[in-house]
Design a protein. Structure first.
Length: 323
């Protein structure tokens, strides 16, 4: 069902949705909310795996806890990890801010995960056995690339997962409860959690597949959410409004990157600061979120574990003829 007041926008949403269906996505969701405009196709209340879009939530948790004096951006890992944790050389100097901006020098994945991903078990649930003990043990075997604070931007699931774990330790609540208390509840995102309840059936190559569970690395990609909840978050990102508006603004400040793409806390900043974006992927689901500042347009696309979601999101950015 389409709900909109802007006919051109509804046409773009319909085209993006139809493109996903043609590619084999089952019941995809395409939703746009701007200033005075809204259009959606698909069930915006359906819960999906959102994969790495979780990272913007984890980074926001850091910003909130920094604002409230629970932790500081400049805190180094040893301050909040359990006593006696053995760290590989260089890790002791890594800060929470560096983890959140992919500048820690950590590799993309923890030690041993890549090997398991190509085992007979393949990608069915590759992170599920990375529990607290395994995460802490792996820190001694982690190779840090580049000096702390000077490492180039290197996208790291490991780093953001470690950040979530560390913030859980700092609060004494564990990551999932800390995120719920300090981020999800203040924003009113009641459908966003780590539960599989009511979850869209993920598909890969048109076949049903089970969801991923990221265990101790949940901060890297373990959340489930809806298009409605994601649009609510994006409206705060766009407007800087509400109880977390100041913390959200802190996540958008660039920390590194290059002229083409800068990196804030979790967010990627393009177009000279006009476009904010992140995406996510598990075996069975893909997610895209965008905020276009000059139009005020917030975009969410949710689909199966196959291509096309990024293109669908891109075609909804400033689709004004002649621009």
């Amino acid at each position: 069902m389409v709900a909109a007041t802007d006919r051109p926008l509804t046409e773009h949403v319909a085209a993006a949705h139809a493109g996903l269906v043609r590619r084999g996505h089952v019941d995809p969701v395409v939703a746009v909310a701007g200033r005075g405009e809204h259009a959606a196709l698909g069930d915006t209340r359906q819960r999906w795996e959102i994969g790495s879009v979780t990272k913007v939530f984890t980074a926001l948790l850091l910003a909130v806890l920094d604002r409230d004096g629970v932790v500081a951006m400049t805190d180094q890992l040893p301050r909040w990890l359990p006593a006696g944790t053995v760290l590989a050389p260089g890790l002791e100097r890594v800060t929470l801010e560096q983890l959140a901006s992919h500048r820690s020098g950590l590799p993309r994945l923890p030690p041993g995960v890549m090997a398991r991903s190509f085992s007979r078990r393949a990608m069915t649930d590759p992170y599920a056995d990375i529990d607290r003990a395994r995460l802490l043990e792996g820190l001694a075997r982690t190779r840090v690339r580049g000096p702390a604070g000077h490492a180039r931007v290197r996208y790291s699931n490991y780093g953001m997962g470690l950040l979530g774990f560390t913030l859980g330790e700092a609060t004494g609540l564990g990551y999932e409860q800390a995120l719920a208390r300090h981020v999800l509840e203040p924003l009113g995102l009641a459908a966003t959690s780590f539960s599989d309840d009511g979850l869209h059936q993920g598909r890969f190559r048109r076949r049903p597949v089970p969801p991923w569970h990221l265990a101790a690395l949940a901060g890297a990609g373990g959340l489930r959410s809806t298009a409605a909840d994601l649009l609510a978050l994006l409206s705060v990102v766009r407007d800087g409004s509400g109880p977390l508006g100041d913390a959200v603004a802190e996540t958008l400040r660039p920390r590194g990157g290059n002229a083409r793409m800068r990196v804030g806390l979790g967010w990627f900043v393009l177009g000279g600061g006009d476009l904010l974006m992140h995406n996510g992927g598990t075996l069975g689901a893909r997610s895209e979120v965008r905020v276009e500042r000059h139009t005020g347009r917030c975009v969410v696309v949710l689909g199966d574990g196959r291509g096309g979601t990024s293109r669908a999101a891109a075609r909804l950015l400033d689709p004004v003829p002649g621009r």
